[in-house]
Design a protein around this ligand. Sequence first.
Ligand code: NAD
Ligand code: WQD
Length: 344
Amino acid sequence: MSKILVTGGAGFIGSHTAVELISSGFTPIIVDNFCNSRPSVIQRIETITNQNLVSYNLDCTDEIALRQVFNDHPDLQGAIHFAAFKAVGESVQSPLKYYHNNINSLLVLTRLMNEFNVRNLVFSSSCTVYGQPEILPVTEATEMQEAQSPYGFTKQVCERLLSDLSTGEYNQVSSVLLRYFNPIGAHPSGLIGELPLGVPENLIPYITQTAAGLRDSLTVFGQDYSTSDGTCVRDYIHVVDLAKAHVKALRYLAENDKMCKAFNLGTGTGNTVLEVIQTFEKVSGVKLSYAMGERRPGDVEQIYASADKANRELQWKTELSLEDALTDAWNWQLKLEETGTTAD
Ligand code: NAD
Ligand code: WQD
């Protein structure tokens, strides 16, 4: 059973990936400081998988604490690095917080990987590295544009850092950079999902919280874009499909020479905000309260992925639809209400 260090493994994408790792025969060693997740997620992963988990409550920027994990597990076969802050708006208000956490955690992790001869790393990157591409769908060959936020800049810096490590003679870290488009949905069990603290910035949790009566109304940010119905287009990908790509990426790293390769992870299809709302209403049977509003500063008009490279080289493709993702997101919201799980 290959042991894989999973930083941020209690978070939204990390928890779903831990489930997929276990069902594919890997043993995740989870490290999380629970700054944006709850310790109870660990038990929920155990319930879904019927396996006991090894987990550590520590901060990945703390080299002494993280070294202990490497000491405890000299047989680590690789790492997946999810741990980071991810709120674009907050990163504009508090850039240092983002530079410190997102860049230092990767520096500490890669230093320890070198020291302990752990070669393979899967890194959580983001479509935000592209800005507004001129040609759609966006491929990995599309040139990056200047980052629109400190958060986006941290992803560009981390990608560059890993690229440099893959070529250096004295560095051994080989990496796959996974550029996620818009991850949504939840595990079909309803036991794990996205749990934003405070008022959600992202569309789907805002929709489900509004439908559940926790928010009065959703504001659709902009109705005058050059898209089919005037609202922004994004590539919404089910988090379970996304999680499965991490397993494929680990296998790819194990089978190939040292590298630093980027892959888009999306469905290849763009949907407008209004299409998402209509689909949500259809699958939930709930009429959503929403109003058209001003554009949100910093939003790109439209972006969706070409996932051809991941289809071809990782032998991965999405299997779940927007309907599936919104059904699971709604089921997750209803389960949260049932169990009163907002702060456990
Ligand atoms: P999340 O906040 O749910 O998960 C991140 C986890 O990392 C949390 O459990 C948090 O407690 C933990 N963490 C943060 N800093 C830490 C530190 N220094 N030490 C230990 N643990 C720490 O976020 P997510 O949506 O699961 O995102 C995971 C990764 O994917 C992030 O790197 C994020 O930037 C990237 N990403 C997310 C999205 C998205 O829309 N969700 C899109 C593109 C990329
Ligand atoms: C989606 C669409 C909004 C809320 C962000 C990050 C990106 C990546 C994924 C991390 C947009 C519209 C939203 C609302 C709305 N994360 N919207 N009303 O901005 O595409 O991407 O998450 O790497 O870096 O920027 O996602 O869910 O915020 O917005 O109309 O209340 O929904 O304008 O068109 P976004 P989102």
